[in-house]
Design a protein around this ligand. Structure first.
Ligand code: TYD
Ligand code: MG
Length: 457
C-alpha cells in the first residue's frame, strides 16, 4: 500500500487552497466551491525527473502524421460519430441524462461485435443486471457467443487497472464515472474531486497502455455538479446522447473530438430490443404525408452535416386569460417571441392577444435559425386557419426587419427535400447555386411577406 497521498481543497472560484473541506471558501466567501485535489504529485513519484527522462522536443517536420489504426466498434452510427472507430489509447466520454440509453448503447455495441474483446465495468448495476439487459438486447448472446465481453463489478480505480492489465481487452467501458473512486482522495464517489481524479487516472492509464476507454457519465439536472461538464477538457472525445424520454428518438452528438469532426450526428430509435439505427431520419420524422390541418409546415434543417426535415406544428388561438400564453417545445421560446414580434411589427399581424403554441414533431430540438421560416408559416397558417400543402418545405432565417436571411448548405437541404418528393422549397433570396435538382421547384424569398402571398394569397 502506497503512503497516503496528501490532498488539498482548492476553491473553484478564487483558487484559494485549504487544508480541509469547508462549506464556504474562507477567502472569497463563495459556498460549495471547494474541490479535493491531490497535492505533491511530483514528490510522490520521487522528485522532479532528471534531464533526459520523459519526452524530448522533436522538430515538427520529423513527426509522422499518418493516422494510427482505428478499431471499428461495429455500430455504424457510433463509428461515424467517432470519426471512424476508436483511436488506441483514447478516452471517450458519453454523457447524457439518466435513462436515456447510454448503457444500452455501449452494451449492445460490444455484444454485437464478436471480434472485440471488452471489459464492461459496471458500478451501477450488478453483473446479473447487466446479463439480464444483455439477454433483452439479444445480439451475440446465443450459445458460445458473447464470450468476448467480460463484466466486472468494481469501483476502485487501482483494482480496475489491475484487472485490465490482466485481461488485456481491446476496449474498456466504465459505467459510470460517477461510481468510481480512487484511494488517493477522501471524497465520496461522484464528488467533483473524485470524478476528476479518476478520469485523469484513466486518461494516463489509457495513454500508457494504448487501451481505449469509454466513460459513461450522467449529466445532473444543473449540468455542472460532478457531471461530465467538469471532464470535457480532460478527455479526447465527448459524445452527448440526447433525446426526449417520452419519444423514441435518440441523437448522438459529438461535442468535442480530437480525432474527427464534431459535425456528425447519429440517430437511433429506442425499441424493445435496444437501439436501432434510423436509416432515413427525415422519412421517419415526417411520417405519412397526407393532408394536414392548418398550422403544420416542414422545415429543411441541418443537424451537424446531415439535412433533416422536421415537421413544425403551431396552434394559434384567442387568449382566454388576460396574458396570452406562449409555449415552445423543441424550439427556443425567446426566438418564438422574437418572430411573433416581427410578424406584428413588420407584417401587421395582430398576434398580441393570441395564445401561440409551437411543437416540433418527434421530440426533436432544433437550434439553428434556418427553421424560422417554417415556424413563421406554421404560425400564420394556424392563425388564418389555412393549411399549407404538404409538398412544400422551408429553409430560411428570419431577421428583425422581416427579411429572409441566407442559411448554410442550402444545396444539401434542397436535395434532401427533392429526394423526399417535395414539390416546392422556399429558400432565402440571393443564395447561390439554387438550381432545383430532381424536379423540385426552388422559390427564392426576400421577405416574409412574399412567402405569405405565395402560400395564402
Ligand atoms: P439505459 O441504457 O439504462 O440508460 P442510461 O444508461 O443512459 O441511464 O436505458 C434505460 C431505458 O431504456 C429504460 O427506460 C428502458 C429503456 N430500454 C428500452 O426501451 N429497450 C431496451 O431494449 C433496453 C435495454 C432499455
Ligand atoms: Mg446506465
Amino acid at each position: 500500500m502506497a503512503a497516503k497521498v496528501r490532498t488539498r481543497y482548492v476553491c473553484r472560484n478564487c483558487g484559494a487552497e485549504h487544508a480541509q473541506w469547508m462549506g464556504q471558501c474562507g477567502t472569497c466567501k463563495e459556498w460549495n466551491t471547494l474541490v479535493e485535489e491531490v497535492r505533491d504529485r511530483v514528490k510522490e513519484r520521487g522528485g522532479v525527473p532528471a534531464a533526459g527522462q520523459g519526452s524530448r522536443p522533436v522538430p515538427i517536420a520529423d513527426i509522422r502524421a499518418g493516422e494510427g489504426p482505428r478499431t471499428p466498434l461495429g455500430d455504424r452510427e457510433l463509428d461515424r460519430v467517432l470519426g471512424g472507430g476508436v483511436v488506441p489509447g483514447s478516452l471517450i466520454l458519453i454523457g447524457g441524462d439518466p435513462g436515456i440509453g447510454k448503457s444500452t448503447l455501449m452494451l449492445q455495441t460490444v455484444l454485437r461485435t464478436p471480434g472485440l474483446s471488452t471489459l464492461y465495468i459496471s458500478g451501477e448495476e450488478s453483473a446479473q443486471q447487466v446479463k439480464m439487459r444483455a439477454e433483452r438486447l439479444g445480439g451475440g448472446m446465443g450459445p458460445g457467443q458473447g464470450g468476448n465481453c467480460f463484466v466486472l463489478n468494481e469501483t476502485n480505480t487501482q483494482l480496475i487497472f489491475r484487472h485490465i492489465e490482466e485481461l488485456q481487452p481491446d476496449l474498456v467501458i466504465v459505467d459510470s464515472v460517477q461510481t468510481l473512486h480512487t484511494a488517493v482522495l477522501e471524497g465520496s464517489p461522484g464528488s467533483v474531486g473524485q470524478v476528476r481524479e479518476c478520469t485523469s487516472e484513466l486518461m494516463r492509464f489509457a495513454k500508457a497502455t494504448g487501451i481505449p476507454v469509454v466513460l459513461i457519465g450522467h449529466i445532473t439536472k444543473d449540468g455542472a455538479i460532478a457531471g461530465p461538464k467538469v471532464l470535457e477538457h480532460m478527455v479526447d472525445c465527448v459524445l452527448q446522447f440526447e433525446g426526449d424520454r417520452d419519444h423514441a428518438y435518440r441523437l448522438l452528438r459529438p461535442l468535442k473530438n480530437r480525432f474527427g469532426s464534431t459535425n456528425e450526428l447519429g440517430i437511433y430509435e429506442m425499441q424493445g430490443s435496444g437501439l436501432a439505427i434510423v436509416e432515413d431520419p427525415s422519412q421517419v420524422l415526417l411520417g405519412d404525408r397526407g393532408p394536414r390541418p392548418s398550422g403544420v409546415c416542414v422545415a429543411a434543417t441541418l443537424e451537424g452535416m446531415r439535412p433533416l426535415l422536421v415537421e413544425v406544428q403551431a396552434l394559434v388561438s384567442s387568449a382566454v386569460y388576460g396574458t396570452p400564453q406562449r409555449s415552445a417545445t423543441g424550439f427556443d421560446l425567446r426566438r418564438l417571441n422574437m418572430l411573433l414580434a416581427v410578424l406584428e411589427k413588420r407584417c401587421g399581424f395582430r398576434l398580441g392577444q393570441k395564445d401561440v403554441f409551437l411543437n416540433l414533431a418527434g421530440g426533436f430540438r432544433v437550434e439553428e435559425p434556418a427553421i424560422d421560416l417554417a415556424v413563421v408559416c406554421a404560425v400564420l397558417g394556424s392563425n388564418a386557419d389555412i393549411p399549407v400543402p404538404m409538398d412544400r418545405c422551408f429553409a430560411g432565417e428570419v431577421g428583425l426587419t422581416g427579411e429572409v436571411r441566407p442559411v448554410t448548405r442550402i444545396e444539401q437541404r434542397i436535395s434532401e427535400a427533392a429526394k423526399l418528393g417535395f414539390a416546392k422549397i422556399y429558400v432565402p433570396k440571393g443564395t447561390k447555386g439554387l438550381q432545383g435538382t430532381g424536379g423540385i421547384e426552388v422559390v427564392p424569398i426576400g421577405r416574409v411577406d412574399e412567402v405569405l402571398i405565395d402560400l395564402f394569397g
